[in-house]
Ligand binder design. Structure first.
Ligand SMILES: Nc1ncnc2c1ncn2[C@@H]1O[C@H](COP(=O)(O)OP(=O)(O)OP(=O)(O)O)[C@@H](O)[C@H]1O
Ligand SMILES: [Mg+2]
Length: 257
């Protein structure tokens, strides 16, 4: 990845973006202030930062679930996603009354694809995420990792170049989390997608991302960024990895308490 992501065609550009939340009693919380950020096509960017620094706020704005109070947001929409930006949350959001196959097919059906084509594509996506054998299961019959596999298949069904993910593996055990990271890396490099991924886990950010943007403060904003030039597959015991881990840990513990 180029050092300067502005040189590559951007998929996401935030310019001076601020967001204030107002409660019914009139209390204002400035969640983020003057955020400037660019994500280049094909880039895997991790937003890392302690709780309350505005990570989810940024994703919600990028996904169009919320509007900024000031500043501008450009998201380049591509392929057949119908303007919908796939968003994977920490807690799964599958319809409990639909099978895994029907959950993955849902978005495609809404876009007018024939039932037969939806089913074919959904099966292929489920195979891709290692869930082919559970196509007819219901969400409550799946483990947490399997549900997130289904959520990823559901997102891929939208055929979007951009995928946003908010701590998608945050509630999984370490082993499953690691497996899911490997799966996501494979999908990302195979499909040449652009991924904006939020985490507060340093190792996860360093394992996955081309670039880590460290958010800090109340209101939050990007404070530092690191291009991760460790070749993939990455070894978390390598000197380069541990040195970056130590640096990021130090920076994170200095603030946002
Ligand atoms: N709907 C809301 N109403 C009021 N305040 C909000 C709302 N959403 C977020 N905030 C506030 O905005 C700030 C940023 O919240 P945000 O959820 O973006 O943080 P975060 O970095 O995602 O935190 P976490 O790591 O805990 O998920 C926090 O102070 C939070 O309390
Ligand atoms: Mg959050």
């Amino acid at each position: 990845m180029e050092k300067n992501s502005d040189m590559i065609e951007p998929v996401v550009v935030l310019r001076d973006v601020s967001k204030i939340f107002r409660s019914e009693s009139g209390v204002e919380v400035k969640a983020i202030e003057a955020v400037n950020m660019t994500v280049a096509a094909g880039e895997f960017v991790a937003i890392l930062g302690p709780t309350g620094c505005g990570k989810t706020t940024v994703l919600n704005l990028v996904a169009g679930l919320d509007a900024p109070d000031s500043g501008s947001i450009m998201v380049r929409k591509t392929n057949g996603s119908n303007g919908v930006i796939p968003y994977v949350f920490q807690h799964y959001t599958l319809f409990p009354w639909r099978t895994v196959l029907a959950n993955v097919s849902f978005g495609m059906q809404m876009s007018g694809m024939s039932k037969r084509d939806c089913k074919k594509k959904a099966f292929s996506l489920l195979d891709q995420v290692g869930l082919g054998a559970s196509a007819n299961a219901y969400p409550h019959e799946l483990s947490g990792g399997m549900r997130q596999r289904a959520a990823i298949a559901q997102s891929l069904a939208l055929d979007s170049q951009l995928l946003v993910m908010d701590e998608p593996f945050g509630s999984l055990d370490d082993h499953t989390r690691h497996e899911m990271g490997e799966l996501l890396s494979e999908i990302w490099s195979h499909l040449q997608m652009t991924i904006l991924f939020v985490t507060h886990n340093i190792d996860e950010a360093l394992m996955l991302a081309d670039r880590v943007i460290l958010f800090k403060g109340h209101p939050g904003k990007p404070e530092e960024e690191f291009y991760i030039e460790i070749p993939r597959p990455r070894d978390r015991l390598s000197t380069q990895f541990t040195a970056l881990h130590v640096e990021l840990r130090k920076l994170m513990s200095n603030e946002c308490a």
